[in-house]
Design a protein. Structure first.
Length: 213
């Protein structure tokens, strides 16, 4: 089953470089000093998160010039998560510089681990993957369960996996009926025709269940 990638944008508020007065050309040296010093903190916070690689050298002179030209008083650091990319944008006036990026995983479980790392890093000032959204993703796209050779093995080894299978079956008419027949014949011997038929049906539904992930 495919999944829908999560998308969001969040500012690194703690790393905002703000000036009390709009910087002038004469202030450029101070602007550069503050930007380069702050960049070290940004790299410490972010580099490697989710696999992101920050650029080795940012053209801070160009960023400072853009800030002064725009008559703005702040340089912002925005985290951007799209369907295909996780990146850091450096914003100065109308100019946006990419500070680093990484392609997001395309395999579902790798993507879940990727989101988990961003969620664990997130907080009130850099909330790129909020708790509620991560929980919603997990609920909509549950983790692939352990695969068993048949329903009997699943029932013997994991009640929680049976519960997960049953929950899925409630949305599938064939599987729902198979569970109903399994429940009705729970006390019957394996050789009982009704039980044998129920096991055959539930095993077929189990294969469909695995294919849904």
């Amino acid at each position: 089953m495919s999944f829908t990638p999560f998308e969001n944008t969040a500012q690194m508020d703690d790393r905002l470089v703000s000036f009390d007065k709009v910087p002038q050309e004469a202030d450029k040296e101070n602007v550069l000093r503050r930007l380069t010093r702050n960049w070290e903190n940004v790299k410490s916070d972010l580099n490697g998160l989710g696999g992101i690689k920050l650029v080795q050298k940012v053209d801070w002179g160009m960023v400072a010039d853009a800030l002064i030209k725009a008559k703005s008083h702040a340089v912002m650091f925005d985290l951007v998560l799209t369907k295909t990319e996780f990146r850091l944008n450096i914003l100065a006036g109308d100019v946006t510089v990419k500070g680093g990026s990484v392609n997001v995983p395309t395999e579902r479980e790798a993507y879940r681990d990727f989101l988990s790392s961003l969620n664990g890093w997130s907080n009130s000032t850099q909330n790129i993957v909020p708790d509620a959204d991560f929980k919603a993703f997990n609920a909509k796209f549950p983790k692939k369960p352990t695969e068993y050779k048949d329903f009997d093995e699943m029932a013997k080894k994991s009640k929680s996996d049976v519960d997960g299978f049953r929950t899925w079956a409630n949305g599938n008419s064939t599987a729902k009926k198979a569970f109903a027949d399994i429940d009705k014949t729970a006390k019957a011997k394996p050789t009982d025709p009704a039980r044998a038929a129920a096991l055959k049906a539930i095993n077929a539904s189990l294969k469909e269940y695995y294919k849904s992930f």
